[in-house]
Design a protein around this ligand. Structure first.
Ligand code: MN
Length: 709
């Protein structure tokens, strides 16, 4: 088992023997795949995946992650496929390797303007499986450690990318040791001269101050013993790059930065001991006012917790203290990787991943709110997945959609039924129109209703093929019957106005008329009428022509039926005009338009006055089916006194009256009054009146009007 020996078994004692054996298999597989390849340094290529795996073993990563690390370059650099990996090592390992290969293909663009959006995308890519990014970071760490072998141009590019992208991500994930090392290596390769000078100065400064530091450390330890607090006290190494950054940012000289001593106090007991230690040490040396920070009560975004304080030391030099528990210390050092390093036996991986997802999400939220995210993001110039947006479902599932995708696309991505029945969407808890474009990190909730159906209007804004084809399919097939039923009613009316009823047409006449109109079935003809592809009057005359030709019955004159009854649920076949938004209880008229079906307007709609006069033939009488149970959109304009919280009051009053709000438009007027336009859902006029009555009770409301164009 030469392979397992090469893997340095001592590192893997935390794994089961069976898993170690599998690692050996992965090692041999990778070695064979990379056979003949060498690194720039001349070493066999396998030395690289092996080193990456050992870094990850140091974090106690699970065996799947370690196998993926051994195999991480085989898809990119050899002819091995994802299927082969899946067959030999299982699907989870293959997914990890595939994820890594995809990350490899991303070219990071260093642009001047860093965008919070871009960083968020990277976070979201990680949120799917944080192990991918941990393997990637270990890969990068080893490449940085061995960067001396590559050409100067490549060295600078890789070092810059590391400083701008990978180090900040390691920081964000709380992998502090990794973060420090990446920054340090990047600095050494980007500014070799500065690094050398500072390294030398640091070494000599350490020598000169050793005595003072030792005395201070002893004094701190003694004080803690006095106070009966069990704790370890360590001096803190000043990293070269962090010294350099401080010099630049705070305009300090090297000795001004280095004349600050840093100590870390790690208490044995819990959180109360941290505060006790703080009190004791504030008694030892005077604290510098305004320097105390409580990251225990308010942890940093990456989960970091500690008390920070600065004291005036024995020789007047500042002493920086970090006080924390052992658990806080582990998280401070290893961040998200501490989930693996110190996991309880019982905790399953999926559980950990769930926690990590939640953690990444909370991180996103904090990033949105905190002011210093901009400062952090200044250094991030990622442009991952430029064509995709990532959004969250209410359950925290992450979905990727093409850029420009809307709430309807998301609804269809979740499930066809959700798409077909969606009526509204909430983005980050706010109601938005279905056509709203989604942005990275949006949390989107789709609101469905049992009776709802896709609207042909959606085809104008959906982006995904899935949504488009589903809407088309629905409109074509599912509404066919409704269209045919409406077509029959329209045809009946047209027939009666010619003095005949449909019942008087026999099958033979029907068949001939169907053939003559180019359709295959009677149902198809009726659906065409319902959908506005054929005009009912034309079909009625055609049927009568054949009836006349066959000259059977006598002349029983039929009375015209009054009006066509609509329910509003006919979908594409019946459209409610958006200019006047008629609701049950309104007097309505219908216009049959070729290609549009029946368009229903309020009888008093201003938009139709001219057409009713000039083209009376296209207008028919329509009535509401009293049994309709649909909700209809109506617009209401509400003018209120301009006060904080008034929108919430109005919205909750509308909701209390049993109505949904579909959209809200507000004018930006900052004067005494604000006018808001609500599109709400009501069952009928009585319901609308109820909403108006409720709103009128609000003292802030000065004017209410139903809106029509
Ligand atoms: Mn690699």
């Amino acid at each position: 088992m030469a392979a397992v020996t090469a893997l340095n078994e001592g590192l893997f004692t935390y794994l089961k023997p069976a898993d170690v054996a599998k690692l050996g298999e992965a090692y041999r597989f990778s070695e064979a795949a990379h056979a003949g390849q060498t690194r720039q340094s001349g070493e066999p290529y396998i030395s690289h995946p092996l080193a990456v795996t050992e870094i990850l073993a140091g974090w106690h990563m699970d065996s799947q992650a370690l196998m993926a690390a051994l195999l991480h370059d085989v898809m990119e650099d050899t002819s091995v496929t994802k299927d082969e990996i899946s067959d030999t090592f299982g699907k989870p390992v293959a997914e990890l390797v595939d994820g890594l290969s995809k990350l490899d293909r991303i070219e990071f663009q260093s642009a001047e303007d860093a965008q919070a959006e871009n960083f968020r995308k990277m976070l979201l890519a990680m949120a799917r499986d944080v192990r991918v990014i941990l393997i990637k970071l270990a890969d990068r760490l080893h490449n940085m450690r061995t960067l001396g072998a590559v050409s100067p141009a490549k060295r600078r590019r890789v070092a810059r990318e590391t400083r701008e992208i990978y180090a900040p991500i390691a920081n964000r994930l709380g992998l502090n040791n990794l973060y420090q090392e990446l920054e340090e290596l990047a600095f050494a390769h980007l500014y070799p001269l500065r690094h050398r000078v500072l390294a030398k100065a640091t070494r000599s400064a350490r020598g000169n101050r050793r005595e003072v530091i030792g005395k201070t450390q002893e004094a701190i330890k003694a004080k803690l013993v006095d106070a009966s607090i069990e704790a370890a006290v360590n001096g803190r190494e000043k990293h070269i790059y962090s010294t350099y950054k401080k010099m630049l940012e705070k305009h300090l000289t090297f000795s001004e930065v280095h004349d600050i001593y840093g100590f870390r106090v790690i208490v044995k007991d819990g959180i109360p001991s941290c505060y006790l230690a703080l009190g004791a040490l504030h008694g030892l040396y005077k604290p510098v006012p305004g320097k105390f920070k409580d990251y225990i009560a308010i942890p940093k975004a990456n989960g970091y917790q500690s008390l920070h304080t600065t004291l005036i030391g024995p020789f007047g030099t500042p002493v920086e203290l970090q006080i924390r528990t052992e658990q806080m210390h582990r998280i401070a050092e290893a961040g998200v990787a501490s989930h693996w390093m110190y996991k309880d036996e019982a905790a399953t991986l999926s559980d950990l991943q769930k926690k990590t997802h939640q953690w990444l999400q909370s991180l996103l939220e904090i990033q949105n709110q905190s002011g210093d995210s901009a400062e952090f993001l200044e250094h991030i110039k990622v442009d991952l997945f430029p064509d995709e947006v990532y959004v969250f479902t209410p359950k925290g599932r992450i979905l990727s959609l093409p850029r420009g995708a809307t709430a309807v696309d998301l609804a269809y991505a979740v499930h066809t039924d959700i798409g077909n029945r969606c009526v509204a969407a909430k983005v980050n808890s706010e109601l938005v129109p279905l056509r709203t474009e989604l942005r990275n990190g949006d949390r989107v909730e789709i609101i469905t209703a049992g009776h709802a159906k896709p609207s042909p209007g959606w085809l104008q804004f959906v982006r995904t093929g899935k949504a488009r084809s589903n809407i088309r399919h629905f409109l074509k097939t599912m509404q066919y019957d409704e269209s045919a039923a409406l077509g029959e009613r329209l045809l009946e009316q047209a027939m009666r106005s010619l003095g005949v009823t449909l019942a008087q047409i026999d099958d033979q006449n029907w068949d001939r008329a169907v053939r003559d109109s180019g359709a295959r079935t009677r149902q198809e003809v009726l659906a065409d009428i319902g959908l506005g592809k054929q005009l009912p009057a034309v079909m009625a005359r055609r049927l009568l022509r054949f009836r006349e030709a066959s000259k059977d019955e006598g002349k029983a004159i039929a009375k015209p039926i009054g009006s066509v009854v609509i329910r509003g649920t006919e979908g594409m076949a019946v459209q409610l005009a958006s200019c006047c938004r008629p609701i049950p209880g309104d007097e309505i008229v219908g216009s049959i338009k070729k290609g549009q079906g029946l368009v229903v307007h309020a009888a008093d709609c201003h938009q139709i006055e001219r057409s009713r006069k000039n083209e009376p033939d296209t207008w028919i009488e329509v009535d509401w089916d009293p049994a309709t149970s649909k909700l209809f959109q109506a617009a209401i304009q509400v003018t209120v006194t301009n006060q904080r919280g008034v929108l919430a009051k109005v919205a909750s009053e509308i909701a209390d009256a049993g109505s949904n709000i579909d959209s809200i438009t507000m004018d930006e007027d900052r004067s005494l009054y604000t006018t808001m336009l609500f599109v709400i859902e009501v069952a009928n006029r009585q319901h609308f009146a109820r909403v108006v009555r409720s709103l009128r009770r609000l003292p802030d409301v000065v004017k209410l009007a139903r809106m029509r164009e």
